[in-house]
Design a protein. Sequence first.
Length: 424
Amino acid sequence: MEDIQEQLAGLRRRIARIDKKWTGDGPDDRLKPIPPPAPPWQDLRPARYFIEELMRGEVVQTACGEHFETEKLFERHRRHGSMDISNLHELPADLLDSLSDGAIASSHPTKWAFLDTETTGLAGGTGTYAFLIGVGSIEPAGFRLRQFFMRDYGEEASLLRRLSEHLAQFDVLITYNGKTYDQPLLETRFRMARARHPFERLTHLDLLFGARRLWKLRLESCRLVELENRILGVEREGDLPGEMIPYYYFEYLRTQQAFRLVPVFHHNAIDILSLACLTAIVPFAFRAPEQTAFRHGADVIGLARWVLQAGRHEEALRLLRRAVDLGMPDELLFRTLWDIGTLEKRLGRPDAAIAMFTDLAGSRNAYRARALRELAMHYEHRERNYAMALEMTRSALGLADSPDLRRREQRLRERAARPLKPAK
């Protein structure tokens, strides 16, 4: 019984202490408020990650400070769309000779640097920073990509210093629209950092100009991502539009949540890999046009015009005829027939030229009047058939009046009216 009484007394004392907490009698026994439960969405908010904790890479120390770098190898057994990465290392050393007008007579692919930047703005200028710079290179193991990233504006000088050191091992710089945008922007950033830029010793090949010559007739846009899809057959999933990239970087600077930058690093990496794969197509097409496997007539026409501009007339003519066989829209077909006719005439093959002009003169098209004029000149000067030449001239006048055709009509009318001299 005594044990029970003691237990009851202990319980009474505990109850009394609890009562004091609720009534506020004790100075140390004030009841602390219970915090309200967290809203259900709060647990879904991402934690703050710094880039060096989220991505595989390293913080690099230089004499100018520090920055972040990451590296990735695309192994040689992999494919990027229709291109085997192993093919890159097998490209000939003289591949860029013709495309560069002899400026790159011979350079092994391992000496080519493929560069692309991600910036804080698209307009350029001294206020635009290149916060992420990717440099790809070809090696026996595959395609290696190194990305230089500044975690804040204060890391720019360190990033630029390392970029300059990295580019020292290459002889050729290959970009896409880099002569207009990337290189001038980086030269400005080097000047702002009071450092000498590394581009003076590098021969720069901008692939955009060759790509436009090949594909502008068929594709509405020759943006790199468009060529990647239409030429290489690469489908990007969940890619970040280029115009959104500056906003993602500004958001990273504000929140330091590096997971927002993962799509930016991926976008930059795929751009550079696609640039390297297109380099295996564009210069090779210009170097050996008849070995290309183009399946669209418009692409072959683009190549033919490019070759013709280089003075390779016979190659251009064969390509134009091949394009006609592949097929194309009517408007482009008539232009191609006109080009074939004028090129045959230039090469001294009038019969082949007249055959083309006759085809053009026999149907409605934008080149019909010009073809009739060419036929009139042929009949007047080569066959001395003034009546036929006059008929062709009048037909041309019915389509497109001009002072030249009027003068020709008058001259031919007079010649056709003259009596024929009797044969001796």
